[in-house]
Design a protein around this ligand. Sequence first.
Ligand code: PLP
Length: 381
Amino acid sequence: MISSRIERVEESATIKSSKRAKNLISQGIDIINFTLGEPDFDTPANIIEATHRAMLAGETHYSAGAGIPELRNAIADKLQTENNIPTSAENVMVTPGAKLAIFESMMTLVEEGDEVLLFDPAWVSYDACVKMAGGKTVWVETDPDRNYRPTKDLAEYVTDKTKMIVINTPCNPTGAVYEKEQLQEIADLAIDHDFLVMSDEMYEKIIYDKKNYSIASFDNMHERTLTINGFSKAYAMTGWRLGYMDAPQHIFKSLEKIQSHTISNVTTFIQYGGVEALTGPQDELHKMQAAFKERRGVLVEGLRELGLKCAMPDGAFYAYPDVSEFGTGEEITDRLLDEAHVAVSPGIAFGESGKNNIRISYAASVDRIQEALVRMEKVFQ
Ligand SMILES: Cc1ncc(COP(=O)(O)O)c(C=O)c1O
């Protein structure tokens, strides 16, 4: 009865582990929940106020499918000035979360049987979106000790069916940030073999000592790149469902068709919140960035003291330790929840390479991180 498109896809394993944690929390058990991919901060007040003003001013009607001009202009400005992408507002589509931007792109571009390259490990929803579009994921093995570069020449994965490669920097789950030269290699390959690049830059504002480079800013890359971004992580706006993508004109018109026949437009007054997020004061963002940096240090040092191999992530808010000395990622996820009441996600959710890892989201206060480290001692001994 269920279509094969959907039968191919499993429930997100990160959502599964967060459901288990929430179930225990609802029974009154004090679980420290590190499964979530969302900041624990509230949305900055100036963004809420701007949205409220928009509602009161009557911005409660349909808007243009691709978004209100004020927001598309603000996003285009940001992409030009911060990311050096040679774009304009006509290439910007406002979407209900970056997730739908990814889904719409796959549905628009991937044909039955097309191949999409994904670096292993990768955020859970790319593979699901490839499958829903009828495509096939080709997993690229990477080396954690070399900033997750491919273990062999990337060109070896390319066939005449390769339609697209997905990159995600800073990366969920590893926190790795691609070096400029790493991106240049991908760009050269995409041009030589004529495939597209989806560049998911959701975590670009949560980056510590490195710089984020947008591949769409590289020579001749804008015409073959979809740049995905949003407000969820940078501005603590996960529940608002507000994201966007930048796409070249030859693809944009088709993306617009999906959006117009499905959601029509992102909730109109929400889009005004997005304008305020980009053009208003950035102090709350800076406070959140500083808090994430402090938490990263406390968590990673603590995990290393517990004997785990854990890289210091360059971006995002996840630590991705190797737990193989103590068990598989799945075994340790279960033991941490049952014995220490600490909820994490198993690395296997992000690809085969993650079987010995767990992902710990440090979107929690320093006090809670410290308490979790104490609780974890009983599992890591
Ligand atoms: C890498 C990555 N891209 C995209 C998203 C989706 O974000 P949004 O809330 O805008 O749909 C997430 C959310 O977890 C993510 O981790």
